[in-house]
Design a protein around this ligand. Structure first.
Ligand code: PXP
Length: 255
């Protein structure tokens, strides 16, 4: 049986976090993005936050200019971000909830609660040929609301799964499994991301409906020890292993 390979979107936000710690130009997230592509990333993800704590407007300008793979722009559903997205027209936009005080994106978007606001917002992006993803918890109501709103895809938040241990983790894994299966039933593409690392990736990759993972913090952290190319290549290997996919000598997928 043949399996589809999972695409890897490398999130470069935390290269910018390190750069901004000293306010200079090093390390350059755009250079890191190009290196990530060389290492096998299928796309690059960057979150332009309202407070610009890591990725800057100039980074987005340069990513759009230099990348030859899709840019997935993570953004809050604000008017400012809509203007920026419509100006750049990245391949995709992932709408995330954003709170000023949070350390990272803490939970999924409340699509059912924000339906009236989000529905025209998503349409404006889609009308500009930007493929829209909604970052949600693995929850049936949120998935159904995302479908109803007309999102092209959802990204399921894996942060809770990664944080839990033992039985709690198993329960969260089951939630991710049934949520991914529901997305397939509703004919909606499903991605996953947040907190994924070498320890957790295989189990998540084994869920057959996932077509893309967006991974940042762990890869950038691991790059301190082994370099960015190696950390990405190891992640891709484990994704392929989890999916039960390996390459034969002719580059064809097989079990
Ligand atoms: N996906 C989304 C929607 C996110 O907000 C983030 C964090 O910016 C990620 C994926 C990547 O998470 P991590 O950096 O923990 O791998």
């Amino acid at each position: 049986m043949y399996h589809n390979r999972i695409r890897l979107g490398v999130n470069i936000d935390h290269v910018a976090t390190i750069r901004n710690a000293r306010g200079g130009i090093h390390p350059d997230p755009v250079e890191a993005a190009l290196l990530a592509v060389k290492a096998g990333a299928d796309g690059i993800t960057a979150h332009l936050r309202e407070d610009r704590r890591h990725i800057s407007d100039r980074d987005i300008d340069l990513l759009m200019e230099k990348l030859n793979v899709p840019l997935n722009l993570e953004m809050a559903a604000t008017e400012e971000m809509l203007t920026i997205a419509l100006k750049h027209k990245p391949a995709s936009a992932c709408i995330v909830p954003e709170k000023r005080q949070e350390v990272t994106t803490e939970g999924g978007l409340d699509v059912s609660g924000g339906y009236d606001y989000l529905s025209p917002y998503v349409q404006k992006l889609r009308n500009a040929n930007i493929s829209v993803s909604l970052f949600i918890d693995p929850d049936e109501h949120q998935i159904r609301a995302s479908k109803k709103i007309g999102a092209d895809k959802v990204e399921l938040h894996t942060g809770t799964y990664v944080e839990k241990v033992g039985r709690d983790r198993k329960e969260e894994l089951d939630r991710l499994r049934s949520s991914a299966a529901l997305c397939e039933k509703l004919d909606m593409e499903v991605h996953a991301g947040h907190g994924l690392n070498y320890e957790t990736i295989e189990e998540i990759a084994a869920i057959p409906q996932f077509t893309e993972f967006n991974i940042g913090h762990f890869l950038i952290g691991e790059a301190i020890f082994v370099g960015l190319e190696q950390s990405i290549q190891r992640m891709i290997e484990l994704m392929d292993k989890g999916r039960g996919f390996s390459l034969d000598h002719f580059g064809n997928g097989k079990d």
